[in-house]
Design a protein around this ligand. Structure first.
Ligand code: AHG
Ligand code: MN
Ligand code: MN
Length: 337
């Protein structure tokens, strides 16, 4: 009989090896349970009429789907119950959520990523990043931390139940769901260096709205690699980790209707771009924003700040980085995101 190591036991081993407390284990247990609950609601959504939209618009100006709300409530509940979190920032809450004054961690999360996929029963995800409170630091109480300060980040692919988890300087790991719904069998993952499997991923429908530098860069690589886009960051990034290449959500600067321009792209820095940037770094990759700055170095000015994203194998990301730096003037720098 072959029995696998569970996620919790993997983390226990890591914490003990590095003489760390077990508080992080308690926090991650809450996140793990939350993911299983989100997965359950996703699975029964079609039968319980939860595939649709609510009449609410979130802080990003986007229609809130029933499952976005459900997933948000689930994550908040289990983070609170863990008693380890001082403050959390959720895509679905306008303000940071104060939790436990003695908590040691800040958590940033997108409870349901790719919600436009829900009504088609296509995959979605749950993304999170974690920073640690520094009780002696000046900014000990400020949750606006850059990705470089994260101690861990991860994403659950729903409903497949594959969990990708990265620890600072501890690598990126993949866990599979076993027949009891446990995340098991840690496998270290690296972005593949062999170009044979590399893919490009971006919303090509917006091609004409990208800056000349981005269009030129994409034009150069289009046709060299396969092109894939699922419209859910978790799904597209999951695939990227397996096959290598680059995922891009560039700024939209040239829309026919200028009110639809997004000079900072669409994705949110704290719980989307920084999370995948952290995982990518631990998998040997790199991520930069619209100015060619490393995403992990960007200190957020506000919780829901947006950030363009170019993430993937270093060679490809460095090439767009140098093109972006050569065309700095193409993108107006928005004040405070
Ligand atoms: P969310 O469902 O959390 O709002 O995120 C959607 C995001 C992301 O998952 C995806 O990469 C991107 O939106 C797709 O945007 P487009 O439809 O503009 O391509
Ligand atoms: Mn999202
Ligand atoms: Mn979301």
């Amino acid at each position: 009989m072959k029995l696998d190591q569970t996620f919790t036991h993997f983390l226990l081993e890591h914490q003990l090896q590095h003489q760390r407390t077990l508080n992080f284990l308690v926090l991650m247990d809450g996140i793990r349970v939350a993911a299983k609950h989100i997965q359950h609601y996703y699975n029964i959504a079609a039968l319980s009429d939860n595939l649709g939209e609510t009449d609410r618009i979130n802080v990003q100006g986007e229609q809130v789907m029933a499952l976005d709300d459900i997933a948000h409530d689930i994550v908040v509940h289990y983070l609170r119950e863990s008693q380890q979190v001082i403050e959390a920032i959720s895509e679905e809450a306008p303000e940071p959520i104060r939790m436990n004054e003695d908590g040691r961690y800040f958590v940033y999360f997108d409870p349901l990523d790719g919600s436009s996929n829900v009504k088609h029963n296509l995959p979605v995800g749950f993304l999170f990043g974690i920073a640690k409170r520094n009780p002696d630091g000046e900014d000990e109480d400020c949750s606006l931390r850059c990705g470089r300060d994260f101690i861990a980040a991860g994403m659950f692919l729903i409903p497949a139940g594959v969990f990708t988890f990265a620890l600072r300087d501890g690598g990126a790991w993949r866990f599979l769901k076993d027949e009891f719904g446990e995340f098991v069998r840690p496998t270290r993952i690296f972005l593949p260096e062999a170009k044979k499997t590399w893919e490009l991923s971006c919303n090509a429908g917006y091609m004409n709205t990208f800056s000349p530098a981005v269009q030129g860069w994409l034009g150069h690589y289009m046709g060299r690699y396969k092109f894939r886009y699922a419209g859910s960051l978790v799904v597209d990034f999951h695939r990227l980790l397996d096959n290598g290449g680059i995922f891009a959500y560039p700024p939209i600067v040239n829309h026919q209707d200028p009110s639809n321009n997004r000079p900072e792209g669409k994705l949110r820095l704290m719980y989307e771009s920084a999370v995948v940037a952290f995982i990518a770094k631990e998998a040997g990759g790199l991520a930069v924003n619209q100015y060619g700055e490393e995403i992990l170095d960007v200190v957020p000015q506000k919780p829901h700040q947006r950030s363009a994203l170019f993430v993937g194998n270093q060679e490809l990301v460095r090439s767009i980085q140098s093109d972006l730096r050569g065309h700095f003037h193409d993108i107006p720098r928005a004040v405070n995101g």
